[in-house]
Ligand binder design. Structure first.
Ligand code: 13P
Length: 248
């Protein structure tokens, strides 16, 4: 299976910066088409930048959102529905990112509701899981991730409809990367748990996220059951984003 190289742009950049970044990623891939041999590409800009960024992308790069509403339509001020994202040519939606779990108190149940909406619209839901530093110190990281997986994966999920992103909270934006052994052990654990939670679980992509850079990507991708990366900071520079793809 090809690695999925996914950029989560979070709440960064102006319209101009978003368009420049999209253009630079497109031209970087055109200059080095070998990058497509092992990788699928995805960019997830902020909502307001989705449509303009989409006009810059080629078919080699998928578009995704960073969230969606748990409701299908109606009086939900501020929400954006999965149907609207599909209408905007999104293929993916990131759900349950630790920043949303932490700052908006999103629960597993809410994430599952959002994922159900996403699947109904034919979007692929990237469901994020991961433990805090304190939970890892307590040795309960697998229990935490198991609970998140059981609580947030929607009914009928399969390798065609969901992706799991393992992002240890303490590794996000901190420069601290989990060791390759930590990643290998957790990804094997997730793969095993998925047997009971999703169809075609052996083909389901499990991404790693948390301070992935061109310099550490090769060893992370070499770990078994790592099928790509969800990249924050390094996805805001085309050179670094594509450097990570090059490492795979
Ligand atoms: P960083 O790559 O900046 O650590 O962010 C990871 C992340 O949260 C991607 O969703």
């Amino acid at each position: 299976m090809k690695n999925l190289i996914a950029g989560n742009w979070k709440m960064n950049g102006s319209m101009e910066a978003a368009l420049d970044l999209a253009k630079n990623i497109v031209s970087g891939i055109q200059e080095n088409p070998d990058l497509l041999k092992n990788n699928d590409f995805l960019v997830c800009p902020p909502y307001l930048h989705l449509a303009p960024v989409q006009t810059e992308l080629t078919s080699a790069i998928s578009l995704g959102s960073q969230d969606c509403s748990p409701f299908d339509k109606g009086a939900y001020t501020g929400d954006v529905s999965a149907a609207m994202l599909k209408d905007m040519n999104c293929d993916y939606v990131i759900l349950g990112h630790s920043e949303r779990r932490q700052y908006y108190r999103e629960s597993d149940m809410l994430i599952k509701q959002k994922a159900t909406m996403a699947l109904e619209q034919g979007l692929i839901a990237i469901i994020c899981v991961g433990e805090t530093e304190q939970q890892r110190e307590q040795g309960i990281e697998q229990d935490v991730v198991r609970t998140q997986l059981i609580g947030s994966i929607p009914e009928g999920a399969s390798a065609d409809t969901i992706v799991i992103a393992y992002e240890p909270v303490w590794a996000i934006g901190t420069g601290k990367v989990a060791t390759v052994e930590d990643i290998r052990v957790m990804h094997a654990f997730i793969r095993n748990e998925l047997k009971d939670l999703a169809k075609t679980s052996n083909k389901l992509r499990i991404l790693y996220g948390g301070s992935v850079k061109p310099s550490n990507a090769a060893e992370i991708f070499a770990a078994e059951n790592v099928n790509g990366a969800l990249i924050g900071g390094a996805s805001l520079q085309a050179h670094d984003f594509l450097g990570i793809a090059d490492a795979s």
